[in-house]
Design a protein around this ligand. Structure first.
Ligand SMILES: [Zn+2]
Ligand SMILES: [Zn+2]
Length: 242
């Protein structure tokens, strides 16, 4: 086994995932906490770099996700697995809705902060952006592969954001147990969610969307929550209520 490539995959997986759950989901979409402007910019840039070719525009992500909560598992939900025969079809529709929101951000909530960085946002929509990242990944992999089959890791790096999004959107509303009998189909897919850093506690999260921790029962673990507490302790973050 090529441990360099495995380590790189794990680091990229969790860095990209952290940016999605911490910055895009909990901060941009829900406004669960506030960040000083410079910290906000650092995380914006980190998200841009970590997600690479699958960078998700934070404002468009926030709008799409707010619609997911508002219309959860109805026909207006941008990615309910109960209206699509396959994961691919669900994600295709999600991608189309997302692209529409990147171009025309509709439904902005008054008083809600939607982070933007016009230059980065614009660059992320170009082919040059995608090609540059492909080049960077191919170059890095080319340095470390010891057998051609190891290039199977490449598409995972390229499609990191959509892969993680698909797992949450599909399984989080289809497979697992429920702590709360909500009107939607949200589920807690894994009792201990180390794989998606708390994102797979969809049932808990839909019950109380502003809870900083997505883990509600004694055995549930939300690895993002202690990071939030640490950042608060370091005064890099303030809770919205305080
Ligand atoms: Zn959900
Ligand atoms: Zn949410």
């Amino acid at each position: 086994m090529n441990w360099t490539l495995v380590s790189a995959l794990l680091i990229h997986w969790y860095l990209s995932l952290f940016c999605q759950t911490f910055y895009l989901h909990r901060f941009a979409a829900h406004g669960m906490f506030r960040l000083p402007y410079w910290v906000d910019r650092v995380f914006y840039l980190l998200t841009f770099l970590a997600q690479g070719p699958s960078f998700l525009n934070p404002r468009a992500y926030a709008l799409l996700h707010q619609a997911h909560h508002k219309y959860s598992d109805t026909e207006k939900d941008p990615h309910s697995p109960h209206f699509y025969p396959t994961v691919r079809k669900m994600m295709q529709k999600t991608f189309e809705d997302y692209q529409t929101l990147v171009r025309a951000p509709e439904g902005l909530r008054e008083g809600h902060y939607y982070p933007t960085w016009p230059a980065l946002d614009r660059f992320a929509t170009t082919w040059l952006h995608t090609l540059l990242w492909l080049g960077v990944y191919a170059l890095l992999m080319g340095t470390y592969v010891t057998a051609p089959w190891q290039y199977v890791f490449l598409p995972v790096h390229v499609l990191m954001g959509p892969i993680q999004g698909a797992l949450v959107n599909w399984f989080g509303h289809k497979l697992g147990y429920r702590n709360y009998p909500l009107n939607d189909e949200s589920r807690n897919t894994l009792p201990v969610d180390l794989l998606l850093m708390g994102e797979l506690y969809q049932n808990n999260h839909h019950q109380r969307p502003m809870d900083l921790s997505f883990a509600h029962r004694w055995f549930e673990v939300d690895p993002t929550y202690p990071v939030i507490l640490l950042l608060k302790r370091l005064r890099l973050l303030r809770f919205s209520q305080s």
